[in-house]
Design a protein around this ligand. Structure first.
Ligand code: GDP
Ligand code: MN
Length: 388
């Protein structure tokens, strides 16, 4: 689970890392109120799950209310690498003297944690990594030993951080390691870690990936408001016994068997569409399972058509058809459903579907034609694909 910056900062704050005061805002008015409380100048920052926001115009300094209104208005709704900005983080601006980089992640091949620190942080770190890898100091950390203050101090010195920043940076590194380990993160990255003109070292950006499988021992994650909408849906699906993974396209997919579900995702992209999810209903695609699957997919606002691709081996297609009919009775499904049913009892299944005569369901004979139809429906403009 990837956190957006302000969620990452909330998580850092629990471990005592120095972050600047700030507030989340979803509208220009909220941004104004937040800036009023924080005091100008502030930074207006797009909250999307991707880096490079600065270069894309998603990070702007505002010296007063007029500038804030302008920047907040421009950034809300901005498309940054396919992510539409719906939330801002308004932060009290920092006077930056130097920008550094610090991170922890797991080095799987070394079977050790890896810390990377550089004196050349900021928006060009990728270029530095490519053109001048020597400028990034590395340290492997054995989880049994942990990271000592001495090792952290040695690392920041080796990275060439300015002498006046070393003590603060080493302290931050020790806390960051604790946060990475105790917080069950797969990645924690600070870029930039800054030296301020007042000689303080602070965290100005946060990139955090948490290990979803550790959620059971972190009840505080729920309080921190870090569950994305997609993660919530994954949890709903899990509670219903479905194996569901949220993706970012617009065609909802239901298939039986992981192999068929993956091929269905592939065929949808082959014909120019994109899948909204991977969902394998498994070997027990009975009435209730189908109804649950449709309910989960229907709760995803980006779904504009649903493709059901079932091959009846052990699963009986007539059960699947009954499940869909039942789901349509129970849940108000917003999208049209394109159905490809083949195999055991397929004829009976088609009879059941024909009998319902619902204009929500379209039957197609092959996986390819079904995928084409679903993609076509998903590209129809309007709040939801297809006729309502
Ligand atoms: P990213 O581009 O998505 O990594 O977003 P960052 O949060 O790293 O911001 C990009 C750049 O904006 C930073 O490298 C800083 O140079 C600048 N920036 C961010 N916050 C501040 C601030 O408080 N004051 C100033 N002067 N610049 C900032
Ligand atoms: Mn950054």
């Amino acid at each position: 689970m990837d956190l957006v910056e302000y969620q990452g900062k909330q998580y850092f704050a629990r471990y005592g890392l120095p972050i600047s005061p700030g507030e989340a805002a979803d509208t220009v008015a909220e941004a104004q109120a937040a800036a009023g409380r924080l005091g100008y100048p502030v930074v207006v920052k797009a909250q999307v799950q991707t880096g490079g926001r600065g270069k894309a115009g998603g990070v702007k300094l505002a010296a007063d209310g007029a500038e804030l209104t302008e920047h907040a208005g421009n950034i809300l709704g901005l498309d940054i690498k396919g992510h539409i900005v719906r939330r801002l983080w308004i932060e009290k601006a920092t006077d930056i003297a130097r920008e550094y980089y610090a991170s922890f992640t797991l080095d799987r091949s070394a079977k050790l944690h890896l810390s990377m620190v550089s004196a050349r942080g900021g928006v060009e770190i990728e270029t530095v990594a490519e053109e001048d890898p020597e400028a990034i100091a590395r340290l492997h950390v054995n989880p049994l030993d942990g990271l000592s203050s001495e090792a952290a101090a040695e690392l920041v010195a080796r990275a060439g951080l300015d002498p006046e920043a070393r003590e603060g940076a080493a302290e931050i590194l020790v806390k960051l390691y604790e946060c990475y380990i105790d917080g069950d993160a797969d990645l924690v990255e600070i870029n930039p870690l800054v030296l301020t003109t007042d000689g303080e070292v602070r965290v100005l950006d946060a990139k955090v990936t948490l290990d979803d499988d550790a959620a059971f021992r972190h009840p505080e994650w729920a309080e921190m408001d870090i569950m994305s909408e997609a993660t919530e849906r994954e949890r709903l699906a899990k509670s219903k016994g479905l194996s569901y993974i949220a993706l970012d396209g617009s065609v909802g997919i239901i298939a039986n068997g992981a192999g068929l579900a993956m091929s269905t995702v592939d065929v949808v992209s082959q014909v120019g569409g994109s899948a909204a999810n991977f969902l394998d209903v498994g070997g027990a695609a009975d009435v209730q399972v189908m109804a649950n699957a449709l309910e989960v997919i229907n709760s995803d606002p980006s779904v504009r058509s649903i493709l059901v691709n079932i091959f009846g081996g052990i699963v009986r297609c007539d059960d699947v058809a009954r499940g869909i009919v039942k789901a349509l009775e129970e849940v108000d499904i917003s999208s049209q459903i394109v159905l490809r049913l083949d195999g055991t009892n397929a004829l009976e299944a088609h009879r059941i579907i024909d009998e319902t005569a619902s204009d929500k369901i379209i039957s197609e004979g092959t996986m390819l034609s079904a995928a084409r139809r679903a993609v076509e429906l998903a590209s129809v403009p309007g709040p939801q694909g297809g006729a309502k």
